[in-house]
Design a protein around this ligand. Sequence first.
Ligand SMILES: Cc1cc2nc3c(=O)[nH]c(=O)nc-3n(C[C@H](O)[C@H](O)[C@H](O)COP(=O)(O)OP(=O)(O)OC[C@H]3O[C@@H](n4cnc5c(N)ncnc54)[C@H](O)[C@@H]3O)c2cc1C
Length: 400
Amino acid sequence: MEIRFSPEEEAFRAEAREWLATNIPQTVRPESADLRARRDWDMAWQRRMYDAGWAGISWPREFGGRGATLMEQLIWYEEYARAGAPDVNTGFVGLKHAGPTLIACGTEEQKRYHLPRILRGDVVWCQGFSEPNAGSDLAALQTRAEIDGDHLVVTGQKIWTSFAQIAQFQELLVRTDPEAPKHKGITWVICPMGLPGMEIREIRTMAGSSDFCEVFYDEVRIPRANIVGALNDGWNVAMSTLSFERGTAFLSEQVRLTRLVDQLIEMARHTPLGAGTALADDEVGRRLALLRAEVEALRAMTYRSVSRTARTGVPSAEASLIRLFFSELQQRVFALAMEILGPEILAWDADGAPSRVTPEHAGAASWVSHHLTAFSSTIAAGSKDIQRNIIGDRILGLPR
Ligand SMILES: Cc1cc2nc3c(=O)[nH]c(=O)nc-3n(C[C@H](O)[C@H](O)[C@H](O)COP(=O)(O)OP(=O)(O)OC[C@H]3O[C@@H](n4cnc5c(N)ncnc54)[C@H](O)[C@@H]3O)c2cc1C
């Protein structure tokens, strides 16, 4: 590992820090069930970054991005999380999946039309990959598309499509050659949302939100010009998307976790336990210290991976190791928060808020929400078992 920041990089850090300090939103993102309000808030923040030249930190300048080096990206994500700037939320698929995929595999026309709209915060994208019988084994997907002149005619079903109900576009995987081996007959296509024949049904999660949807397609006609990459080569296009998801996309979330552990320590300092405080308890203190050490280890692993990628230019399988460690660590952090606050904090009142929010537990609602949401972090973007398979196969070289 070799991480040294040059004077130019330190200057970049100072500039980023100053801009963030004066520009991060002063209002709180509406976390209510009103997804449209959340989208509008996210997109307004995205527009603000775009106008100041901070949107698309890794994207080429010709498409409105900043064209930052890997080291600058690392610095930006660190400063972003340190400033407490908002996570990408409803902008995730456009900024972290669809945009990078179009940059890598899109036609000039697709790039010129879509990339500036994503960066400006004009549009939300969603991801139509998973199906009821195709999750970890994504290549088993069955939603089919038949070619009819200049159109693809799509019939089938997707599930777990985050933000489908507020999106304008979807990155959609369809089977275009049912006779070919399962990885070969798939196509990646841009699907405008709201086309005739599409139906969206929300799914409510135990965290109280309905970020997910099922999406049904009944002979939906999509222009053939919307295919990204070659017909039947969608598997390779999709893999470039997923390597982004498992690579740099989670950097700022990792730094944010460090902040959350510090906040948890503060909370323990002020939460009564027995005759003293939770922090004074040996067992709680020991576990907090371990979590603090683990977030530092996560940071060191990330630095090492970024350093290696900067040298080789290729994202390594280490990203799976980091992702796995991060997702399980996050669950341990929030589980300890629940133990400190006491199990009754999980009781919700009729309005869907924690029923035991006393002054000393102000902020408890967000810990409960983090805890409930964190269960999904070892499933999304490849489950923990799939990450372990990748580590065994590509890092440890174990036999299959
Ligand atoms: C928060 C969240 C957001 C999501 N957003 C989207 C989205 O926007 N768009 C989208 O398309 N999808 C989305 N997904 C779906 C996600 O990609 C799938 O849930 C994931 O790929 C797992 O697939 P599955 O749910 O079908 O589980 P399955 O693949 O059925 O897995 C069930 C269990 O079996 C294990 N398992 C499966 N295969 C293996 C194996 N080979 N070796 C060892 N264990 C195995 C898994 O680890 C898991 O524990 C989202 C999921 C979550 C949790």
